[in-house]
Design a protein around this ligand. Structure first.
Ligand code: HEM
Length: 239
């Protein structure tokens, strides 16, 4: 839930509760404009729900975990982050209205997304013959690219292994994010801004209430990336 605001305008009956504003009820209520029949079959509804659930949970959780890991292993960053959280929230849980003040928190999250983009490996299939730099690529070719590798290119991000949230200091302008972290084009992540908001709220609220003491301040063994890139279990004491 939390998509917010818009009532679902669909008719009642098997279209779901018209008073609900969650995504599933909106999808259930959607109608094909030509026939006024349900726009999605039951199977498509399940597929949509599974996609939203799988694309929306492990990714954001990974981003927040990386941010927490990186912040707690970089004391100067942690000090600045907790100073912002304490002054903006004063021990509260963060809400929508706090977002404009939580600028450094967003920078920390953006830099964690750069260093460890949860969507680390993406593919595309060419619709027509194409050229990419010196390469001729035939129609129908599957191309793989890695946001992880791109966000570690020194030309784009000098000293790429350095965790430096100040790369994302917008100086009062629009906040930024690493260039390929949400993909691009027609299949670009639909939850990009949503996940940044969610991540900033989660990270700041967590640090507002808890002191986080990681048991292991280095990751004990490299974890092979799975569908998403995430740090794996991070045992910690919360005080
Ligand atoms: C930090 C968190 C997130 C990251 C790093 C992330 C990253 C990505 C990436 C890289 C893609 C593939 C884009 C492409 O192939 O070009 C994608 C697709 C998608 N994401 Fe996210 N995502 C995040 C959070 C979310 C959230 C919170 C939601 C839902 C609320 C979501 C929903 C989706 C969906 C539905 C797609 C498939 C879009 C399509 O194929 O049309 N994502 N995401």
């Amino acid at each position: 839930n939390g998509i917010g605001g818009n009532a679902v305008g669909g008719p009642g009956g098997d279209t779901g509760d018209a008073g609900e504003t969650n995504l599933l009820s909106m999808l259930i209520a959607s109608r094909d404009p030509g026939s006024d029949l349900p726009a999605l079959s039951d199977e498509e509804l399940v597929d949509q729900a599974v996609t939203m659930y799988s694309a929306g949970t492990e990714t954001t959780a990974g981003a927040v975990n990386w941010a927490l890991f990186l912040a707690t292993t970089h004391p100067a960053v942690l000090a600045r982050l907790t100073a912002e959280v304490d002054s903006v929230l004063g021990g509260r849980t963060a809400g929508w209205d706090d977002l404009p003040q939580l600028t450094y928190t967003r920078q920390v999250l953006a830099e964690a997304l750069r260093m460890y983009p949860p969507g680390w490996f993406l593919t595309r299939q060419t619709e027509q013959d194409a050229e990419l730099g010196p390469y001729a690529i035939a129609r129908g070719t599957v191309i793989a690219y890695s946001p992880y590798l791109i966000s570690h290119l020194p030309d784009l991000y000098p000293d790429p292994e350095r965790f430096d949230p100040d790369r994302w200091d917008a100086h009062g302008g629009q906040p930024q994010v690493p260039v390929t972290v949400f993909g691009g084009g027609a299949r670009k992540c639909i939850g990009d801004e949503f996940s940044l908001i969610e991540g900033v709220l989660m990270l700041s609220s967590l640090l507002s209430h808890w002191h986080v003491d990681l048991h292991r301040r280095t990751l004990s063994s490299p974890r092979l990336p799975q569908l998403t890139l995430n740090p794996g279990p991070m045992p910690a004491t919360l005080t």
